[in-house]
Design a protein around this ligand. Structure first.
Ligand code: ADP
Ligand code: MG
Length: 241
C-alpha cells in the first residue's frame, strides 16, 4: 500500500469525485446501512472490506445510483443522484460509471468482443466503431487472441478481464467492482487484479472495489472497513474539504 495514503493517515489532494453523506437503508427489518459518510476521490483506488452481510454491496449500489437511500445523499458532478429520475440515473450509470461483479455478467451467446461492444453501441456509437474500440480495450487487458471466443471458452480469469474491458470501454470516471476476483483461484485473482489496476490507473478513473482478500486490498490507495452497516475503520471523508 502507498504509505502516504495508509489507513491511519488523513488523506488529501485529489478532488472528490463522489460524495456520500448520511446514507441509511433498510430492507424490511434489516438495517443494512446506518449512516455512512464516504468520499471517493478522483483517480483513487478505494478498497471496501468487511464481513459478509455488513452492507458493502448495498453501499456500492447506493454510490452508483442503482439503489436510492432511505436517507442521505450521494453527490456526483454537482448533482444529488438520488434526486434524479430513473432515466437520468441510467444515463449516468451508462456514461459515467462502470461495473464489474463476481461472475456471470457476460452474455453467454456473444463473443468477447461483442460483449465489450454492447455498452458502446448502447451509448450511440456505430457497430463498426464499437467493435474497433472493444478490440482495443481487450488488447489492453492482454486478450487480443481471445476476442472471438465465447465466455464459456475462456478461463475464469480471462472472462473477468473481458468484464473489466466491457466496464471500461465507455471510459467511465468511476469503476465499481463487487468482489471481482472472489470466484477465482489465487493466481487468476492476482493476474486479474494486476490487469484491472493497470487499466484503471492508465485511464485515470477511480475504482471502488469490494473485497474480502487482503492481497486485493493491498493494491488500493486507501481502504475502509464496513461493519454492521457503518464504517468502522479508515478515513471515509476528505479532511481538507
Ligand atoms: P455484504 O455485501 O457486505 O455481504 P449486503 O449489502 O449484501 O452485505 O447486505 C447487507 C444486509 O442487507 C444483509 O443483512 C443482507 O441480508 C441484507 N440485504 C441485502 N440485500 C437485500 C435485499 N434485496 N432484500 C433483503 N435484505 C437484503
Ligand atoms: Mg456483497
Amino acid at each position: 500500500m502507498n504509505e502516504n495514503l495508509s489507513i491511519t493517515q488523513p488523506f488529501s489532494g485529489a478532488p472528490v469525485a463522489l460524495r456520500a453523506r448520511g446514507l441509511r437503508h433498510r430492507f424490511g427489518q434489516t438495517e443494512a446501512l446506518r449512516g455512512i459518510d464516504l468520499d471517493v476521490l478522483a483517480g483513487e483506488v478505494l478498497a471496501v472490506m468487511g464481513p459478509s452481510g455488513s452492507g458493502k454491496s448495498t453501499l456500492l449500489h447506493m454510490l452508483a445510483g442503482v439503489l436510492c437511500p432511505d436517507a442521505g445523499t450521494v453527490e456526483y458532478g454537482g448533482k444529488v443522484i438520488s434526486d434524479l429520475g430513473e432515466v437520468e440515473r441510467s444515463k449516468l450509470r451508462l456514461h459515467e460509471f462502470g461495473f464489474v461483479f463476481q461472475f456471470g455478467q457476460l452474455l453467454p451467446d456473444l463473443s468477447a468482443v461483442d460483449n465489450v461492444s454492447i455498452p458502446l453501441m448502447l451509448s450511440g456509437i456505430s457497430r463498426r466503431e464499437a467493435l474497433r474500440r472493444a478490440r482495443e480495450e481487450l488488447g489492453r487487458l492482454g486478450l487480443e487472441d481471445h476476442t472471438s471466443k465465447l465466455p464459456g471458452q475462456l478461463s475464469g480469469g480471462q472472462a473477468q478481464r473481458v468484464a473489466v474491458a466491457r466496464a471500461l470501454a465507455t471510459q467511465p470516471r468511476i469503476l465499481f467492482a463487487d468482489e471481482p476476483t472472489g470466484a477465482l483461484d489465487s493466481l487468476s485473482a492476482e493476474q486479474t487484479m494486476q490487469a484491472l489496476i493497470s487499466v484503471v490507473r492508465q485511464a485515470g478513473a477511480s475504482l471502488v472495489i469490494i473485497t474480502h482478500d487482503p492481497r486485493t486490498a493491498a493494491y488500493a490507495d486507501r481502504e475502509v472497513i464496513v461493519r454492521d452497516g457503518s464504517i468502522s475503520s479508515g478515513n471515509p471523508v476528505q479532511v481538507t474539504q
